[in-house]
Design a protein. Structure first.
Ligand SMILES: Nc1nc2c(c(=O)[nH]1)N[C@H]1C(S)=C(S)[C@@H](COP(=O)(O)O)O[C@H]1N2
Ligand SMILES: [Mo]
Length: 250
């Protein structure tokens, strides 16, 4: 039968079908081009065009809800890298006087705690190996030690401040800074870290104190903490300002 065999379609039908296909393709192309211009010309919010920023914000709202006290997998210490990969030097290039260094905890206007590393080492230490992940695409099992952020909060009676939504961390020279939601900060594996492979951190890994927060990508693990703040508004965040998402959770 003629209709069941496409090879036998008459010329008129072929022409009509071809025209419809071409038209559909052109409409599709026009839609793509229009969408591209729309995104490109949208005002930027924190480094990302508004439509893209909206998607990022929706994503992080969703992932924020799924985060709970679930633990990130840990590994036997023997599996941790002996030669730990180093990445990111913002805020750690300036000279550091280790005797002068203090962790500055801003409790309120004109009310700041200045803590020495020894004061932090008096608290119970925990250590674990986990798979450290960088958004650049690499990951490595590494072994870290320090004090649980939640223990630090209790020890220094900062519970009222821990009711705020965010913690801001800044390097002493203010070159690198991150903002982190309180839920992630209070996670039992989030530590103020002073050891890697059971030795004091080297300078390029954040000596004397850095953050290790396994529920987040590497960007949030700020090295060489200078100042800590608490707020209900999002603290400034270095990579967020460059267009990345704020939450960067795993
Ligand atoms: N002060 C500071 N901390 C930083 C960075 C940085 O540039 N400066 N880079 C971040 C990024 S992107 C990663 S992946 C990790 C890398 O930590 P590592 O050097 O211990 O591997 O540090 C994070 N902390
Ligand atoms: Mo990273």
């Amino acid at each position: 039968m003629k209709e069941n065999n496409p090879e036998l379609l008459d010329n008129g039908t072929i022409r009509r079908k071809t025209l419809v296909s071409i038209l559909c393709f052109c409409l599709f192309l026009a839609a793509v081009v229009l969408a591209w211009f729309w995104i490109k010309n949208s005002p930027k919010t924190s480094g990302a065009a508004q439509p893209l920023r909206t998607v990022l914000d929706k994503n992080e709202a969703l992932f924020g809800k799924t985060l709970d006290k679930q633990l990130t997998p840990v590994y036997p210490k023997e599996e941790a890298a002996k030669k730990v990969r180093v990445n990111g030097y913002y805020g750690i290039k300036s000279p550091l006087d280790s005797n002068e260094w203090r962790l500055k905890v801003v409790k309120g206007p004109g009310d700041t705690l200045f803590l020495t590393i020894d004061q932090l080492k008096e608290l119970p230490k925990i250590d674990f190996a986990f798979n450290f992940k960088c958004i650049e695409g690499w990951s490595q099992i590494s072994h870290w030690g320090g004090v649980r952020f939640s223990d630090f909060i209790k020890h220094f009676h900062l519970e009222e401040l821990a009711k705020r939504e965010y913690v801001g961390l800044v390097t002493p020279d203010k070159e690198y800074y991150v903002g982190i939601d309180m839920k992630s900060m209070m996670h039992p594996q989030t530590i103020l870290c002073y050891e890697v492979n059971e030795k004091p951190l080297p300078l390029n890994q954040g000596f004397p104190l850095r953050l290790i927060i396994p529920v987040k990508y590497g960007v949030k693990h700020l090295k060489r903490i200078g100042t800590m703040t608490f707020s209900d508004q999002r603290p400034p965040d270095y990579w967020y300002e460059k267009g990345y998402d704020y939450f960067t959770g795993l």
